[in-house]
Design a protein around this ligand. Structure first.
Ligand code: NAD
Length: 355
């Protein structure tokens, strides 16, 4: 197949790990006869330096026309000033909004050989293979009104938690669809004992579940989910939740894998290209040293193959190759190895096979 892929390497280790992911995609294309075209653009700090904004209109338009976007990371000490009017992360926000991305997907599957790299007891990690879906467009982060005022001479701040039923429904439908191709269980996380938005969320989940009789729905309060993610993570298959709960739970889930450098993510819209990026930042402390773990970016490329291009066999081949490379000792320093980014990438590329 033909596919147009935009690369947004960004800052810090972004270019190093994006280069690794591209090598993997090139190898897949070569082995399977696909034609992937790559166009590279700036985002984040490097875009601010070049054009004064974190994402130009032209780059956004180019992304919107593509089949998929693969991003490295943005930011770094040079631009890290919370008070600045122009900041690297504005590029990411503009991209998410401009592409209409409503669901963030984070799969977490700790590698059997790396269970001791996590702060969680290895026994708890056996069999963990979960997918967290976070809603991206609604909830407390966008609800209006928000602001500050004075009531009876006392300063007050307020935010609004707001959800439309269609926003809840579309991410639940995605969760059930994805669970259908996995272990057929959806855990819908809310705070329905307190919040009205959560009561609408829970009612919508029950309604959506009726259309997916082969998938089991479990409702869980967010406080219980936070505890279970650490105490019994193997009990989850697909976990789906609203924006702020998801922000917190995705970071909690990432601890299970042992290193930030290992984890991929995908952001999906109703139509148009998806955005794929490792969950880590630009790691300025190791940038340019050739030691960044490329696995998070490589597994993001696997998600791109699966969710934007519909190439499931290719996605699985990349995931298997990563598993084998790690098992064969291709590891960077963050997972107690001594391999370079290049060596680990080479180890993965050599292990891509199709059955
Ligand atoms: P970070 O994820 O960049 O780094 C945290 C720690 O993890 C560092 O010690 C780093 O060396 C290590 N690490 C991260 N990725 C790694 C990899 N692939 N291989 C090996 N080690 C890795 O988080 P931070 O230090 O809080 O932030 C640094 C910069 O990145 C900041 O400017 C921040 O705003 C930005 N950031 C960007 C994103 C993004 O682009 N999505 C996300 C988080 C942070």
């Amino acid at each position: 197949m033909k596919a147009a892929i935009i690369l947004l390497p960004g800052d810090g280790i972004g270019p190093e790990v994006t280069g690794a992911a591209r090598s993997v995609l090139d190898r897949v294309a070569q082995m399977r006869g696909h034609e992937f075209s790559f166009t590279t653009h700036r985002i984040g700090g490097c875009s601010i330096d070049a054009s004064g904004v974190a994402l130009t209109k032209e780059v956004l338009e180019s992304c919107a026309r593509a089949d998929a976007v693969l991003l490295g990371a943005v930011g770094g000490p040079k631009w890290d000033n919370p008070g600045a009017a122009v900041r690297p992360e504005q590029g990411l926000l503009a991209l998410r909004k401009g592409l209409g991305l409503y669901a963030n997907l984070r799969p977490v599957r700790p590698h059997a050989r790396l269970l001791d790299a996590s702060p969680i007891k290895p026994d708890h990690l056996k069999g963990v293979d979960l997918l967290v879906l976070r809603e991206l467009t609604g909830g407390l982060y966008f609800g209006m009104p928000r602001g500050r005022d004075e009531v009876d001479g006392r300063l007050r701040a307020f935010d609004t938690m707001e959800y439309y039923e269609y926003e809840i429904r579309r991410i639940l439908v995605l969760a059930f669809r994805l669970a259908g191709g996995r272990r057929k269980k959806v855990t819908s996380v809310d705070k329905a004992n307190i919040l009205e938005t959560s009561r609408l969320w829970r009612a919508t989940a029950a309604d959506v579940a009726r259309d997916f009789p082969g998938v089991t729905l479990e409702n869980m309060l967010v406080d219980t989910a936070a505890m279970r993610l650490i105490a019994q993570p193997a009990g989850f298959d697909v976990l789906v939740t609203e924006n702020m709960f998801g922000d917190i739970l995705t970071d909690e889930a990432s601890v299970l894998a042992g290193s930030m450098g290992l984890l991929p993510s995908a952001s999906i819209g109703e139509s148009g290209p998806g955005l794929y990026e490792p969950i880590h930042g630009s790691a300025p402390d190791i940038a340019g040293k050739g030691i960044a773990n490329p696995v998070g970016a490589i597994l993001s490329a696997a998600l791109l193959l699966r969710h934007s291009l519909g190439l499931e066999a290719e996605a699985q081949a990349v995931e298997r190759a990563v598993d084998r490379a790690i098992a064969d000792g291709f590891r960077t320093a963050d997972i107690r190895g001594s391999g370079s980014t290049e060596a680990v990438t080479g180890g993965v590329v050599e292990r891509i096979t199709f059955i």
